[in-house]
Design a protein. Structure first.
Length: 356
C-alpha cells in the first residue's frame, strides 16, 4: 500500500475571483436539471471522529453517472453561442471516460458531433457509453497526456473544436468555462447545506485528475477569507500534487494503471496549478486496494460510488488514521466538524474495479 499525506500552508491572505452565476443559471434552466443529492453518513462520522460527514453524490447528473456534465454542457453551449453561423461543428476531446461521455452527450443534445480520443486503460463499458452517445471514438495506445496531444492534432481543421477539461499555456479559455461549469456543484451544495441547517463546512475532499474540479472548489471556497480546509486526493498511479507543491512548480509524473481511471492524469492544468499553490491545505494519495474497500463501504451505506467517487473516503481514512492529532490540527478539525466528500462518479461510470 502506498499512501502519502502531504500538507501545504495555503496563503491565508489570498481571496479568489469567483465566476459569475451564469453557469449556475444555465444549468438550472436546462432540461433534466435537479440538484444531486447530499447524503448524510453518520456511521463514517463516528468512525472518523468528526461531527458529520456528508457525500455530494454525483452518480446521476443530467442522467449521466459523473459530475462532468456540468463542465461539458456549459463549455459546449458557450462555444456554440460564439459561432457566427449554425453549421454543425465537431467537438473533439480526449478523455479517461466521463468527460468524453459528457461531451458526446451535450454535442448530440445541442445538434452537433463529437470525436473522442481515449487512452489505454479505460474500461470497455466506458468506451461503449461514449459510442452510445453517437460520438466517433478513437482509442490510442498511450497515456491520457498522449490522448490530449492526439485530440489537439485531430481538432486542427475547419468546424472542429477542441473542448478539453485541462488547460495549458495558450489554451485556457475553454477549460476555464469547464471549471465555471463545475462551480454549479459547490453553489448547489451551499444551498443544500443551508437548508439542512448544517452550519459551516470544515473540510472538503476533492478527487484530482488534472485539477480542474479542485480549481472550482478552491475558487468557490476561497472567495472570502477563511473557509474550509481543502484536501486533494489522487491515485498513487498518477500523483503530481505533492511533487509539484514540493518543487514549487508544476511537475509532470509518469502514470501507471489504476481503477481510478478519471484520476489517471500526470500533468496539472495550468489554470489549476496557481490555485493549488494558494488555496490547498493537503494532498493524499490512495491506492486501488483502499479504494476498493471505500467503494464497498459506501455501497453498504447506500452510496453507489465508482472508484474516483470513493477515493475521498479512502483519503480521509489515511489522513485521519495516523499522526491524527497533528493532521486534525492542520485541517482545523475537531469532534464537531462537518466534512464533505465529493463523490464524483457513480458505480455505473466505471463498473468493474480491477478489470483494467
Ligand atoms: C469521476 C471523476 N472524478 C474526478 C475527476 C478529476 O477531475 P479533474 O480532472 O478536473 O481533476 C475526474 C476527471 O476525469 C473524473 O472523471
Amino acid at each position: 500500500m502506498t499512501s502519502i499525506w502531504y500538507e501545504h500552508a495555503r496563503d491565508r491572505t489570498w481571496t479568489s475571483t469567483p465566476p459569475s452565476a451564469d453557469a449556475l443559471h444555465f444549468h438550472q434552466n436546462l432540461a433534466g436539471y435537479s440538484p444531486t443529492s447530499l447524503v448524510d453518513l453518520p456511521e463514517l462520522a463516528d468512525e472518523l471522529g468528526v461531527g458529520r460527514v456528508v457525500a455530494k453524490d454525483e452518480s446521476s447528473r443530467f442522467g449521466l453517472p459523473a459530475f462532468k456534465s456540468l463542465g461539458a454542457s456549459w463549455a459546449v453551449r458557450r462555444l456554440l453561442r460564439e459561432r457566427a453561423d449554425d453549421r454543425p461543428v465537431t467537438v473533439v476531446t480526449a478523455t479517461d471516460g466521463n468527460h468524453g461521455r459528457a461531451i458526446a452527450h451535450w454535442a448530440r443534445v445541442f445538434g452537433h458531433h463529437a470525436r473522442v480520443v481515449v487512452p489505454s486503460g479505460v474500461h470497455p463499458h466506458a468506451i461503449q457509453a461514449i459510442r452510445d452517445e453517437g460520438a466517433q471514438v478513437m482509442t490510442i495506445d498511450g497515456s491520457y497526456d498522449d490522448a490530449v496531444d492526439t485530440a489537439m492534432a485531430v481538432a486542427a481543421g475547419p468546424d472542429l473544436v477542441l473542448v478539453q477539461d485541462t488547460a495549458w499555456d495558450g489554451y485556457e479559455r475553454i477549460p476555464g468555462w469547464i471549471v465555471d461549469g463545475y462551480s454549479t456543484l459547490f453553489a448547489e451544495m451551499d444551498e443544500q447545506l443551508e437548508l439542512a441547517g448544517a452550519g459551516t463546512v470544515d473540510l472538503v475532499v476533492v478527487p484530482v485528475g488534472v485539477g480542474s474540479l479542485l480549481q472550482a472548489a478552491i475558487t468557490h471556497y476561497r472567495r472570502h477569507a477563511g473557509g474550509p480546509a481543502i484536501m486533494a486526493v489522487e491515485s498513487d498511479a498518477a500523483a503530481f500534487v505533492a511533487p509539484s507543491l514540493a518543487a514549487g512548480e508544476p511537475v509532470t509524473v509518469a502514470t501507471g494503471a489504476t481503477i481510478m481511471a478519471g484520476l489517471n492524469c500526470g500533468t496539472p492544468s495550468s489554470l489549476a496549478w496557481p490555485m493549488m499553490v494558494r488555496g490547498l491545505d493537503a494532498a493524499v494519495t490512495v491506492d486501488d486496494d483502499i479504494v476498493v474497500a471505500a467503494v464497498r463501504d459506501l455501497a453498504a451505506l447506500g452510496v453507489a460510488a465508482g472508484p474516483c467517487g470513493a477515493a475521498g473516503l479512502a483519503a480521509l481514512r489515511i489522513a485521519l488514521g495516523e499522526n491524527t492529532v497533528h493532521r486534525r490540527r492542520h485541517l482545523g478539525l475537531n469532534s464537531d466538524s462537518l466534512v464533505v466528500l465529493i463523490v464524483t462518479e457513480g458505480a455505473e461510470a466505471n463498473p468493474s474495479p480491477g478489470t483494467h
